[in-house]
Design a protein around this ligand. Structure first.
Ligand code: HEM
Length: 519
């Protein structure tokens, strides 16, 4: 091991225990002699002045990240180094910032210097046609096209689709609880989430709840279950130099079959609308309306006006459909599972939710406006999103060297908000381990810096699906509580354990069992 570790740098919190040793050798041995440039990049002082762990040459904090997951490692880093931490992931510098004032500066006030996200070495060219990775004016154009997708007016029009999915959710829960009082909620939540995104964004009825093994769920799981400790992922992520080799042999970390599946679904859905001369108030329609043929499809670095005139291209339609299928599915399913777990565990809070729902809505199916006017439900869900933010991190990249709060952030460096770790910072959230919806009462919210809470990010590039996520999860929670009381079972793991292997998405490590009693 000493062959690879520069002993002038003590390993600090990243000192390797036995397990890490194996991991380190596994990754480092075959490659340690190849990339001397990367090794020296770790030693150069891009992050001079930023407190943080000494990088393991070539790997940075990667071994610990693999072992503890983003969320586990971030908690340690913030605890040890504070709200600004300089790290290397592989040989890429990344500054972790969990200071709310600095976040406001970067995410909002100084947005023009931080509007892009960093490149993902393993993402193919097509990924940059998706709103999540697009840059500069191109991103502005895509965001302009998609922003209306989940406006309040559009959501209201889509509400009947969410209502149908919620009815199915209740009938599934009834069916399963008749078979066995202890129900694994994971599959049910995933099916619900997939049905909602397919229905609201694409106008598709796919019945994933009725048939949890359908192709939609199977393919989405293949796409989202990429383990970031997989060798292929690691090689592609940390050896961008080898990308041309991967692309020559069509090696991608994401399964082609799943990508092709979602592409085909999108193409077929568009064709059907055209054949039947049908329009709907949804994301797919926005894309169809903005398609003007493949003119100037290869514009690079155009102005916003140029992109608007050109319209959306086929590649953009397909790339963004894929992103909406997956983002709409994975994060919201996680949010609902954690909400159900917390409802089952806290009978007292569940009682308060019963009271509010019984009083405001009764047993009828709620109207769109009613869902948005349930203050305690909102407090409860916000606290779930604090303790279990499905996206554990978000990031930006500097477009030029900027000074924020006395720190000079070099040009082209990644700035990361460790969302999960920030939500557990005791300076921002006293007793962070305790679940307490009162943190989100109007009075308490008023006292807090809003940038200390960011499950959906902030600023012009925040989560485009935030309103949909709130609406569908709250609708599911209301319908569940109108019909059932949830209780923990002997199989419910308390506290819930988190999966360390899922990269940036927070998921329970084990199935979440709850007992369902009719009300
Ligand atoms: C509980 C559910 C969800 C959570 C916690 C979540 C979280 C996030 C976060 C943290 C970001 C980064 C924001 C930033 O950097 O400031 C983001 C971006 C994004 N989210 Fe979500 N999300 C959720 C649901 C959804 C849904 C339902 C969709 C779409 C149907 C969606 C689509 C997107 C897209 C496209 C972006 C990139 C926006 C851009 O770069 O302009 N998300 N989300």
């Amino acid at each position: 091991m000493r062959l690879f570790v520069d002993t002038r740098y003590p390993l600090d919190i990243l000192s390797l225990d036995n397990d890490d040793n194996d991991l380190f050798n596994l990754i480092a041995q075959p490659i340690s002699y190849i990339n001397k440039a990367s090794y020296s990049a770790c030693k150069t002082s891009v992050l001079r002045g930023f407190p943080g762990p000494r990088p393991i040459p070539f790997l940075g904090i990667l071994p610990q990240m693999i072992k503890k997951g983003f969320h586990g490692l971030d908690i340690e880093l913030v605890k040890k180094y504070g709200s600004v931490v300089g790290t290397y992931v592989g040989h890429f510098p990344s500054i972790l910032i969990s200071d709310p004032d600095m976040i406001k500066e970067i995410w909002v006030k100084d947005f023009k210097h931080f509007s892009d996200r960093p490149e993902l070495a393993y993402a193919g060219e097509m990924a940059y046609s998706a709103v999540t990775l697009a840059k500069g004016e191109h991103w502005k154009f895509l965001r302009h096209v998609f922003s209306p997708s989940f406006s309040p007016a559009k959501l209201k029009q889509m509400f009947s689709s969410i209502e149908d999915c919620s009815d199915q959710l209740i009938s599934q829960m009834k069916k399963q609880s008749q078979r066995n009082k202890h129900v694994n909620m994971e599959q049910i939540c995933q099916g619900f989430s997939m049905d909602v995104i397919c229905g609201t964004a694409f106008g598709l009825k796919v019945d994933s709840q009725e048939n949890p093994n359908n192709e939609f769920i199977k393919m989405a799981k293949e796409m989202t279950s990429l383990k970031f400790s997989s060798p292929l992922f690691l090689l592609q992520a940390f050896f961008p130099e080898l990308l041309h080799v991967f692309s020559r042999f069509e090696i991608r970390p994401f399964p082609s079959e799943a990508i092709d599946f979602f592409m085909d679904i999108t193409k077929t859905a568009i064709q059907k609308r055209k054949d039947n001369n049908m329009t709907r108030p949804d994301f797919l329609q926005l894309m169809i309306n903005n398609y003007k043929g493949e003119r100037d499809a290869d514009i690079k670095n155009g102005s916003l006006e140029m992109y608007k005139q050109r319209g959306i291209t086929e590649t953009e339609i397909l790339a963004n459909s894929l992103i909406f299928f997956l983002d709409g599915y994975d994060t919201t399913a996680s949010g609902l599972i954690f909400s159900i777990y917390r409802m089952a565990v806290h009978q007292d809070y569940q009682e308060r939710l019963f009271k509010e729902i019984d009083h405001e809505i009764g047993k009828d199916s709620p109207r769109y406006e009613q869902i948005l006017k349930l203050p305690y439900l909102d407090m409860f869900f916000c606290e779930v999103m604090r303790m279990y933010p499905p996206s554990t991190r978000t990031n930006r990249k500097t477009m030029k060297s900027v000074t924020v709060n006395g720190y000079r952030i070099p040009d082209g460096v990644e700035v990361t908000v460790p969302i999960y770790a920030m939500h557990y910072d005791p300076e921002l959230w006293p007793e962070p381990e305790s679940f307490n919806p009162e943190r989100f009462s109007a009075v308490n919210k008023e006292k807090r810096n809003p940038y200390s809470y960011m499950p959906f990010g902030h600023g012009p590039r925040n989560c485009i699906g935030m309103r949909l996520a709130h609406l569908e999860t709250k609708m599911a929670m209301v319908r569940i509580l109108q019909h059932f009381r949830l209780k923990p079972t002997p199989d419910t793991k308390i506290p819930i354990e988190l999966d360390n292997t899922s990269g940036g998405i927070l998921r329970p490590k084990n199935p979440v069992y709850v007992m369902i009693e009719p009300r």
